[in-house]
Design a protein around this ligand. Structure first.
Ligand code: CMC
Length: 449
């Protein structure tokens, strides 16, 4: 954990208040990489003012040693290791260990970690009843939010965040059970029997087995497909303080149990501006349908008065090609080749859309490049996942990032409950209005017709 005193620089940043003529020195804290930050923790106490930064575009909400992103250069590193190297040389469970514990595991530690995860893959049998309570056509992300939140009702021996052992068991349980929970959500939605995990399979293969095998036939899958699934999980493992991770941290800052915190992260991930974009990309490409329609959609994306956005394009942090998208694009080609689906008409639309957008002044000027979600849908679609499952797969991969960030926060000695303030723009104090004098509003014209 960063020691602020050590990292404080001699230089500071001076704020000058024109109205009072007073100046305030703000200490500057230096990170090991990336921009320095202004330490404003005493700002309110000293000036009576808050900072204002909706969407946190200039705010570091915490310090962290897990993931580093340089958005201008298109760099992503976990614990100092470049994502390209991890995606090509490591397997997902190794990356999980790295995120949780800070270093790549020795061969012995790797084996022990795999054994621990493998031994937690089953879920409490009573949870099956919970699945049956959902409507058959429930979105699998809705099921994920419910079932993961419900884990806290089943695993009481790992809900006490203040106990180091319970924390670790919760981390292992979440990483181990997430594929089982996701696969069951899928099986439920298509009316097939749940498939129990098989502990002699790798993490990715076991997930594919629980998802696609049926009791009546032998399950066979190509190692290339297993590798692609594993790489998909690696590419989604962590991404610094994004919306869902910040949600997990904020929920956890109150001392909420880890299962509830991860459920809140899943809810945040679901939105189309975040993890829901992989589903939205395929829907958009299907809607575009043919390369001849691309110019019309590019025009729509550029129109300020049209809410349409090019899904899978743009990123809050990356102002360059998302490094995960480069690997994902390669992987998509490999998978389509392996499954003999390289003539997928949607891929043709995607490649052409990418080419046109990258040459378009609007996208160049706003630095909008393909992100991780632009090509990931092709892999998942080719493997046979319905689009509604795409964000579930993102959630399975991201669980290790959420739980590592949660653990880092809990173990940080300066951990405080997250409590942002606001710029109040509402009514000032006014007299209570008697019912008979209140004006009729028109809000019910469209509600509950
Ligand atoms: N298509 C068209 N215009 C866009 C797009 C897009 N995909 N993305 C951003 N812009 C424009 C936007 O209209 C704005 O224009 P102006 O400055 O004229 O108002 C400008 O670019 C900056 O956009 P912003 O919304 O202020 O940027 P942001 O950092 O708040 O949003 C984003 C980032 C990812 C939500 C946004 O780029 C977007 O909605 N992309 C599509 C959804 C998507 O692919 N999401 C997946 C993100 S990566 C995976 C993950 O982390 O979950």
């Amino acid at each position: 954990m960063a020691d602020y005193e050590d990292n404080k620089q001699k230089n500071s940043f001076t704020l000058f208040n024109n109205e009072t003529g007073k100046s305030y020195d703000l200490p500057v804290i230096k990170g090991t990489d990336g921009p320095d930050v202004l330490d404003i923790r005493k700002l309110y106490q000293e000036t009576g003012m808050f900072t204002y930064d909706p969407g946190f575009t200039s705010t570091a909400s915490c310090d962290s040693s897990i993931t580093y992103i340089d958005g201008n250069e298109g760099i992503l590193r976990h614990r100092g290791y470049d994502i390209h190297e991890l995606a090509s040389k490591s397997e997902f469970l190794e990356v999980c260990y790295l995120l949780l514990h800070g270093d790549l595991p020795s061969p012995e530690d790797k084996q022990k970690f795999k054994d621990v995860i493998t031994n937690h893959t089953m879920i409490h049998e009573q949870l099956v009843h919970l699945y049956r309570g959902f409507r058959r056509d429930a979105h699998p992300m809705a099921i994920m939010v419910g079932v993961v939140g419900a884990l806290s009702a089943f695993y009481h021996d790992s809900t006490d965040f203040s106990d180091v052992n319970q924390r670790m068991i919760a981390c292992h349980r979440l990483i181990a059970k997430m594929p089982t929970i996701g696969a069951m959500a899928y099986k439920y939605s298509i009316g097939q029997p749940f498939v129990y995990p098989k502990n002699d399979l790798s993490y990715a293969e076991n997930f594919l087995y629980m998802t696609f095998s049926v009791p009546t036939a032998e399950f066979k899958i190509s190692p290339k497909i297993v590798k692609a699934m594993d790489r998909f999980f690696i590419l989604h493992a962590d991404h610094e303080q994004n919306a869902s991770t910040s949600t997990v941290r904020l929920a956890g800052s109150s001392g909420a149990n880890p299962f509830a915190c991860i459920a809140s992260g899943i809810a945040s991930l679901w939105g189309p501006a975040h993890g829901g974009a992989n589903e939205a990309v395929i829907k958009m490409l299907e809607e575009i349908g043919d390369v001849k329609n691309i110019p019309e959609y590019i025009k729509k994306a550029k129109n300020k008065n049209d809410p349409f956005r090019l899904m899978g394009f743009g990123h809050r942090v990356y102002k360059n090609y998302d490094p995960r998208a480069t690997v994902m694009k390669e992987s998509a080609h490999e998978v389509l080749e392996e499954l003999n689906k390289h003539d997928d008409p949607l891929l043709k639309v995607a490649l052409e859309l990418e080419r046109i957008a990258l040459e378009d002044e609007y996208f160049i000027q706003k630095k909008l490049f393909p992100n991780v979600d632009f090509y990931s849908g092709f892999i998942l679609k080719a493997l046979g996942f319905p689009t509604s499952m795409f964000t579930v797969l993102f959630a399975i991969g991201r669980t290790v990032g959420w739980i590592s960030q949660w653990k880092e926060m809990i173990e940080d000695p300066i951990n405080k409950i997250g409590r942002p303030r606001q710029l109040y723009l509402g009514k000032t104090a006014r007299e209570y209005q008697q019912e008979s004098t209140r004006e009729k509003k028109s809000i019910f014209n469209w509600l509950w017709k």
